[in-house]
Ligand binder design. Sequence first.
Ligand SMILES: Cc1ncc(COP(=O)(O)O)c(C=O)c1O
Length: 448
Amino acid sequence: MGINERLLKRDREALSDVMKLRFYPLIAVSGKGSVIKDLEGKEYLDLNAGWAVANTGYCHPKIAGVVREQMEKLSFNSLISVMNESSINLSEKLIELTPGKFQKKVWFGHSGSDANECIAKIVPLASGKPRIITFVGSYHGQTMGSYAMSGHPAQSKFIGSGNITKIPYPYCYRCAFKKEHPGCDLFCLKYLEEHILKSVCPADQTAAIVIEAIQSDGGDVVPPQGYLQGLQDICRKNNIFLILDEVKVGFGRTGRFFGFENWGIVPDVVIMGKPIASGLPLSAVVGRKEIMDCGVALHMFTTAGNPVACTAGLKTIEILKNEKLIENAKNIGDYMLKAFKSMHRKYAVIGDVRGKGLIIGIELVKNRETREPADQFAALVAYRAYELGVLFYYAGIHSNVLELTPPLTLTYDEADKAIKVIRQAIEDVMDHKVDPAKIEAFAGWACN
Ligand SMILES: Cc1ncc(COP(=O)(O)O)c(C=O)c1O
């Protein structure tokens, strides 16, 4: 048995399945920019960035440098009871970056899940209203409150909380109301206002609406023009907080610092995580003071907002700006989207292509008329691309959307390689060159 097989066996035997969502047998050893290497030194162009975390690329020397420095100066103290300057600096920076001319405060955690959990707990308390509205297909996390707010099949195994009402996300390719944009005149918003807020989840009992600016794990769904602005209007009119979960699309990915900035809205609260500290465990919630100060010692974790992670967070923001990675995300993203749109014209299996900046979804279907999801095809394409040295996963409520969320350091040459390999992988699967037995051990989202 080679070293690779031995490690795979040890992983199978020692690591719990409940923390796994595997698509191929990759063991990462090192990384640089958008490329990671496996045990045998084979290079992979990573179009996933470790689930949209490595926005500044892998092993950025400046991140490594400040982490080492901070580790040697003050490796840790708990922000719960002892203050440190790095954490204060980052909180002030996040307040400055988050739109809204009102007083804001910051909470720190470790993951997108605990940040969404913060919302599930404190927003009803702060507003004195018990209910929250979220969206079908949304992914907010794996702790009980964030689970309850989620509408993704991955979180459907538990009975959620009774105070959450889930409404359809504006997923125009699969409109829940069988309408077409723009002719629909955003009927989904009328449905929210005239049905949900009147009879199912009364406006005067509703604390917040929580939404992803692009519904990522739900299938990289980009809302139609006017939707988020219309949602903001409904929130303002009904005295409901508008909360944006930017865990996956924040920090430059869409070509703007926050994804919602593409639509000019100003949320009351913004939830951040994943890329915020270039891979160190850190999350944040930035919101109106009256929400964030609704009590003391309500949602605190011993190691949250520690000086090392916060130092990496500050450097991450500096790198995004100084290295013009946000502009790069927009330019390379536009370039790739154009290439995939032209692929869409050529391959019938591609039902839809959508995205903004460097979050791109390629939705695969068995039939363009019926739009029946091609989930196994998607799994095979992801596997074949891995064999060809390009990494991405598939997402979506039907597990049929190839999801591309590369590091924002991606170059045009790398984008060309990505496009070429994806085309090749699609053709290889069409030509039955990929044995479905290969993916049997890697159920991905289908494990749900
Ligand atoms: C939008 C969004 N919110 C929250 C989370 C949960 O984040 P984490 O896995 O860091 O707990 C995710 C994870 O994919 C996400 O995409």
